[in-house]
Design a protein around this ligand. Structure first.
Ligand SMILES: C[S@@+](CC[C@H](N)C(=O)[O-])C[C@H]1O[C@@H](n2cnc3c(N)ncnc32)[C@H](O)[C@@H]1O
Length: 202
């Protein structure tokens, strides 16, 4: 059932809701293994700043687009108490025995027709009271498609710091919002090599 002993240890810690234990466990892993589960392993300090920034913005819910295993989302949920929902492509892969374990419930894009209500349904709400997160997302066209659908006011982008040598689209510091009124509010390191940036629209 478990792919390796790390996945097994993760199961024990996540069952116990021990998010600090999960972060500690990640310190023992080599980089290539780490990114199999999660591209960004946040620091405790960064989680506190995320918490206060979400509070400042009046946001208690997040929709993470391209969340992968959802482990970062699980850590955010457990550590700061935000409700975090995930969205992925390719249900058949994520529900197959080859995929890694998912740590949050995944929604899958409705490839027949996507409308704004679909994003709200993923977050169990009829409002636009959730922020939209892209962590190590790498599909600029899809990013713009989601932006057109999203009628909320907070977009969060996580990705490599400049000079790390990894490409993401959107990049955290220079996301292209096509002049649609989005402005960067703040950014800081979420881990040693990664940046989290908050964009808002008034
Ligand atoms: C590099 S992975 C990052 C996964 C995770 N966010 C992390 O940081 O570990 C990018 C993810 O985006 C997903 N993805 C790509 N295009 C997407 C789309 N149009 N809608 C939702 N997810 C998408 C991929 O399936 C993949 O899991």
């Amino acid at each position: 059932m478990f792919k390796d002993s790390f996945e097994e240890q993760l199961r024990v810690l996540t069952d116990e809701k021990d998010w600090e234990g999960v972060l500690k466990l990640s310190e023992t892993l080599p980089l290539d293994k780490k990114s199999k589960y999660l591209w960004t392993w946040p620091t405790g300090e960064a989680l506190q700043i995320i918490k206060s920034t979400l509070h400042e913005l009046g946001i208690g819910k997040l929709l993470s687009v391209g969340c992968g295993t959802g482990l970062l989302e699980w850590i955010i949920k457990e550590s700061i108490g935000a409700a975090v929902y995930g969205l992925e492509v390719d249900r058949s892969w994520w529900e197959s025995s080859y995929s890694p374990i998912s740590y949050i419930k995944l929604n899958f894009i409705n490839d027949v027709h996507m409308d704004p209500c679909f994003l709200q349904e993923c977050c169990d709400t009829k409002d636009w009271d959730f922020g939209m997160v892209f962590c190590y997302f790498n599909n600029g066209k899809a990013f713009h498609d989601y932006l057109r659908l999203y009628k909320g006011s907070v977009v969060i982008i996580i990705g490599p710091a400049p000079g790390v040598g990894i490409h993401t689209d959107p990049p955290p510091l220079k996301a292209d919002f096509c002049d649609s009124g989005w402005k960067m509010l703040k950014y800081f390191n979420i881990s040693k090599d990664d940046i989290i940036s908050f964009y808002t629209k008034s």
